[in-house]
Design a protein around this ligand. Structure first.
Ligand code: LLP
Length: 381
């Protein structure tokens, strides 16, 4: 590891296998199918592994749909959400016969109907509903409140039923919900989501629209503070809560869309300390990874645990407080303030933990920096 050019993402496929097998076991037990949210991490080996274990894919762009297909996800297990699908992306979805486009507005359904008609091929859709629920999470990653841009809100339900009645090229499959991400209040928030989903399903069915599939989205949170204490999140609590909640809603096909919970703990960003800089009251560790490599702390104020893996190997006993910062020309390029770490030297390797989800996929070349590479633990031994 010492010789690899830093920074780089390091993935633990054994942990991914544990998470996926737990998800597969529980979803089989409760009769719920899982579509992996590709947006969380789209590395080739990760996608191929998840596809090989029989999960479906939840995509949010035409390129994600094409990548999912190339990685081995069958079209009948692919769903495609997103508020702004282009005509080209809709053609990709219809042309490849994916299970469903999860539609987010009435005008989008009309456009899909027109395109599918021109292509002479029916388009499977689910309609994403905005259930107006507070997911008790960061405001940038809550998506189920009425003032969010996502999904169709209650005031449009009657117009939606009328529209679906006249779209000849639409194959209506059901309803889609996704209320937010990094949800830790699992039982309360997902029970509420199920209650709202059941009420909304009854509203549609009383008006003659059969709802066969209900997709409840993703959102299960992970433990950023103690990644080794909770490497595999409590999928059981999530899946049981959903099975119980939807049990009251008749016999239907239920699916979920885990992203972060499957891949989040499987990845770390490995970075080297370039300088130990002594300020007036603080000591800074300046790393060669920056917010362009992992934007979550700068964008959401997100916490990621930082570990000094070289000092662990040196068996350093003395701890000090450091502000760990990146090299990018922005004051928000900070990994953590006042972090207690073993006494650190120039050249030490740090691991920024829980970076497997929304890490590498959100990287940019800001400051024209080189993108971090990808390595897997089993390749390093
Ligand atoms: N389904 C839909 C429709 C979604 O929009 C998302 C995530 C998921 C599933 C997967 O959610 P998960 O299980 O990963 O919570 N960049 C942010 C997270 C954005 C989430 C966007 N949607 C972050 O770094 O926290």
């Amino acid at each position: 590891m010492e010789k690899i050019r830093t920074p780089f993402y390091l993935y633990d496929m054994e942990l991914l296998a544990e998470s996926v097998s737990e998800m597969v076991r529980l979803s089989a037990q409760y009769g719920i199918s899982a579509h992996y949210a590709v947006k969380a991490n789209a590395e080739d080996r990760i996608l191929r592994y998840i596809a090989s274990k029989g999960l479906g894919a939840d995509c949010v762009s035409g390129n994600e749909v094409l990548t999912a297909l190339a990685s081995g996800f069958p079209p009948e297990k692919i769903v495609f959400a997103g508020v702004g699908k282009t005509d080209e992306e809709i053609e990709t979805a219809v042309g490849n016969g994916i299970f469903s486009m999860n539609c987010e507005s009435l005008p989008e359904i009309e456009v899909i109907d027109g395109i599918a008609g021109r292509m002479g091929k029916k388009a499977g859709i689910m309609v994403r509903i905005n259930p107006n629920i507070d997911a008790h999470t960061h405001k940038y990653i809550t998506t189920g409140l009425e003032e969010n841009k996502f999904g169709v809100s209650e005031h449009e339900f009657d117009a939606l039923i009328e529209l679906l009645g006249r779209c000849r090229w639409i194959d209506f499959k059901g309803l889609h919900f996704h209320i937010g991400s990094q949800i830790l209040d699992v039982h309360d928030v997902f029970s509420l989501e199920c209650r709202r989903a059941c009420e909304i399903v009854s509203y549609f069915e009383e008006r003659g629209l059969k709802v066969e599939n209900i997709d409840l989205g993703g959102g299960l949170g992970i433990d950023y503070h103690d990644p080794d204490g909770h490497p595999v999140p409590d999928f059981g609590l999530w899946v049981r809560t959903i099975a119980e909640g939807m049990g009251k809603c008749g016999d239907r096909r239920i699916s979920i869309e885990p992203g972060r919970s499957l891949v989040g703990q499987c990845g770390s960003l490995i970075t080297r300390v370039l300088y130990v800089k002594h300020g007036v009251d603080k000591t800074f560790l300046i790393t060669d990874a920056g917010m362009n490599d992992l934007i979550r702390p700068a964008l959401y104020g997100a916490y990621h645990k930082v570990e000094n893996i070289s000092a662990e190997a040196r068996n350093v006993k003395e701890y000090k407080k450091y502000d760990v910062v990146g090299p990018v020309c922005e004051s928000s390029d900070v990994w953590g303030e006042g972090r207690e770490l073993p006494e650190t030297e120039r050249g030490d390797l740090l691991a920024i933990r829980s970076a497997g989800a929304y890490g590498q996929v959100m990287a940019s070349r800001y400051n024209l920096r080189t993108l971090a590479g990808t390595y897997y633990m089993d390749e390093l031994n």
